[in-house]
Design a protein around this ligand. Structure first.
Ligand SMILES: [Zn+2]
Length: 488
């Protein structure tokens, strides 16, 4: 498969080999390809992410760019996050109060019982209290008048009115309820499911190795003899012994990158980056939809496509015009993994960099640049993270890029934001973070290719091309300046 992708890439490259300009059709091809179902939503740590990384690496290879990582690799592998699977020592012993004859039910991990990795495993034995939906909001407080300290909470799923009741939606996720329960000092929690309804998936939860109440999910019919209504909140229903255990697996992430030219020590580097990971297939969600793929066309196939196209363009330019780029300078094209889990790939790159951080003259981050709406405009953060010339260059390139005349340019103060430029800014590198803003398909399965505005994507990519050229031409490198975010 890898070879096939590579060959296709090669064919693709040859088709456009002679194109001296940025190509809209390339951008369009890359966005539609990366956001197609065959990449499965590109979730970090999955085979879909590996497939994406291989595609990116083969593209750079086909463009004859230079692998920057140890062992002449385009990929930098790092440990991404832990994935928990249920250990054998997960069980629930249940002894109801007030039934005759007295009996104990025992459930083992498997069909009827699932441990949640919100805390590391352990064993507790305690009285179990019915807590309604375990919701604490302005409208409803199931915790009022109940002393949960040292006890095990029993929570119904969702909230009053079912999973679609907007009023409680923010309070329905297991982790939200879990935090409330932890704050109340409980020793454990039993989340109840409903029989024949979708069950949560363990892999959807990022495990914590901290101490905390033990948590299990069960759809066993523990309480069919009790009416679980509001009036019974606070009632002790039985004695429970909870035991949870987990196996942890380390998921691997991969940044993919390439140099425009062979790297020499001391070269000044422009970093041109975009994360390629997204959030994969349907995670556990409270609406019980059928499986859907989060294709992330805007977030961030759009930025990834721009980086690939700029790589192709600059390579072509470099081959045709010798000395176009000084020997002392280089461009690093990089596609980060693990962004959606918290900028893991960019932090890894910055921390482990094989190239001196101080040689990076700027980092340009493209994240969600596929929805340019002239009225809302183009957002660029970071124009004030270097001496004045940086802002002037950004403004002049914006005017040269050919945006429709009424397109707004929104310069955002600060250097810290929810994307991969942040680690670079923290390392005192001037940054520019391009994006076209949030929309109602953000982090939803509907963020698809059909909604991408190719014309705008092209203009932004062209603006970045101009900006890179300007930075390469500077006699004095940009000088970092801290820039504070204005709070409004
Ligand atoms: Zn993003």
């Amino acid at each position: 498969m890898r070879t096939l992708i590579f060959l296709l890439c090669l064919l693709y490259y040859c088709r456009y080999d002679n194109q001296a300009e940025l190509q809209k059709k390339d951008l369009s091809y890359f966005v539609s390809h990366l956001s197609s179902d065959s990449f499965g939503g590109r979730e970090s740590g999955t085979n879909d992410a590996i497939k994406t990384a291989n595609f990116l690496a083969s593209t750079y290879q086909a463009y004859h760019l230079y692998p920057p990582f140890e062992g002449r690799k385009y990929q930098q592998t790092f440990s991404l996050r832990k994935l928990a699977t249920a250990g054998k020592m997960t069980s629930l012993r249940w002894k109801p109060i007030g039934t005759l004859p007295s009996h104990t039910d025992k459930y083992l991990t498997g069909k009827k019982l699932l441990p949640f990795p919100f805390a590391k495993g352990g064993r507790v034995q305690a009285k179990a209290v019915f807590m309604g939906y375990c919701i604490r909001s302005k409208k409803r407080n199931d915790f009022l008048k109940v002393n949960l300290r040292g006890k095990i909470a029993i929570c119904l799923r969702y909230g009053p009115g079912g999973p679609k009741n907007q009023m409680y939606r923010r309070h329905m996720p297991f982790i939200v309820k879990y935090r409330r329960i932890k704050e109340a000092g409980a020793a454990g929690v039993i989340f109840l499911g409903e029989q024949n309804k979708t069950k949560p998936k363990l892999k959807a939860f990022i495990p914590s190795l901290e101490e905390g109440p033990l948590a299990v999910f069960t759809d066993a019919n523990l309480f069919n003899h009790i009416h679980l209504s509001n009036q019974n909140i606070g009632k002790i229903l039985g004695n429970a012994t909870l035991q949870t255990s987990f196996h942890y697996k380390n998921l691997k992430g991969q940044n993919v990158a390439a140099f425009l030219k062979p790297y020499h020590k001391g070269q000044k580097i422009i970093v041109l980056g975009a994360h390629y990971d997204h959030i994969g297939k349907e995670r556990f969600n409270i609406q019980r939809q059928a499986e859907k793929i989060y294709n992330g066309a805007d977030d961030n196939a759009s930025g990834t496509a721009a980086v690939l196209e700029l790589a192709r363009f600059f390579k072509g330019k470099e081959e045709k015009t010798s000395n176009w780029i000084r020997n002392s300078h280089n461009i690093l094209f990089i596609n980060f993994d693990g962004e959606e889990y918290g900028l893991l790939g960019s932090w890894e790159f910055v921390r482990s960099s094989s190239f001196p951080i101080e040689d990076m003259i700027t980092m340009i981050n493209l994240d969600m640049i596929g929805r340019l709406r002239p009225k809302k405009g183009l957002n660029i953060q970071g124009a004030m993270t270097a001496n004045q010339v940086w802002k002037e260059l950004i403004q002049s390139c914006f005017h040269k890029a050919g945006f429709p005349s009424h397109t707004k340019l929104n310069l955002i103060s600060g250097g810290i934001g929810p994307s991969d430029h942040t680690p670079f800014y923290k390392k005192k590198i001037p940054i520019a973070f391009f994006n076209t803003g949030i929309h109602s398909q953000y982090h939803k399965p509907e963020d698809d290719f059909e909604l991408i505005r190719i014309e705008g994507l092209y203009q932004i990519t062209y603006m970045v091309q101009l900006l890179v050229q300007e930075v390469l031409n500077l006699d004095q490198p940009l000088r970092f300046r801290p820039s504070l975010t204005k709070k409004n």
